[in-house]
Design a protein around this ligand. Structure first.
Ligand code: 5GP
Length: 182
């Protein structure tokens, strides 16, 4: 699942996991500092040297510097946390588009769902609420507009987050359709 910052992707994903307990969420690595109040488990917070060591070890399915900030983000290789039956659980990645394209190249059956905000204003409000400073809000609005345009070209499905529950239900329906070969 991809989408510009501030569209409420994280909330939709959290609701999706409640609706579909059989899904597993991948935990990304990042070199971005932890935000105030952000849970420790939101990411594996790593310094740049650790991150680069993992790249060298081939430990990422995909990784990329985030356009606005240059912080690195990456999805650990998927067999990393293997534990029997859970291995076969469909995995949800919440990542930006460059990474999504890398995943598609390796796993052509991956489904790319773009989450978009009902309006740019709604997105700006969410970015500010998170405590990002005005400069980074402005930067993310710009990066996000580009990401939405590209995303609409690349995505298999576009879901508008006008209501978290409704959007999560729509995503769940899309995934069920793919699992039954639809
Ligand atoms: P944030 O810093 O707001 O948590 O995330 C910034 C962006 O990085 C978001 O678009 C988020 O989806 C993306 N992101 C998070 N984890 C990963 C990852 O593992 N790989 C890639 N490519 N992007 C990620």
């Amino acid at each position: 699942m991809s989408g510009p910052g501030g569209v409420g992707k994280g909330t939709v994903v959290a609701r999706l996991l409640e609706l579909e307990p059989g899904l597993r969420l991948s935990r990304s690595w990042t070199t971005r500092p932890q935000r105030p109040g952000e849970p420790d488990g939101a990411y594996v917070f790593a310094d740049r040297a650790e991150f680069e060591r993992r790249i060298a070890d081939g430990g990422f399915l995909e990784w990329t510097p985030y356009p606005g900030t240059g912080h690195l983000y990456g999805t650990p290789t998927l067999d990393d946390e293997s534990d029997g039956a859970r291995d076969r659980a469909p995995i949800v990645l919440e990542i930006e588009l460059d990474g999504a394209q890398q995943v598609k190249a390796v796993h052509p059956d991956a489904v790319l769902i773009l989450i978009v905000a009902p309006s740019p204003e709604a997105r700006a409000v969410r970015l500010r609420k998170r405590g990002d400073d005005e400069q980074s809000v402005a930067r993310r609005m710009e990066v996000g507009a580009r990401e939405e345009r590209l995303g609409r070209q690349l995505a298999d499905h576009v879901v508008v987050n006008d209501d978290v529950d409704r959007a999560a239900q729509e995503v769940a329906g899309i995934l069920r359709g793919h699992q039954t070969g639809g």
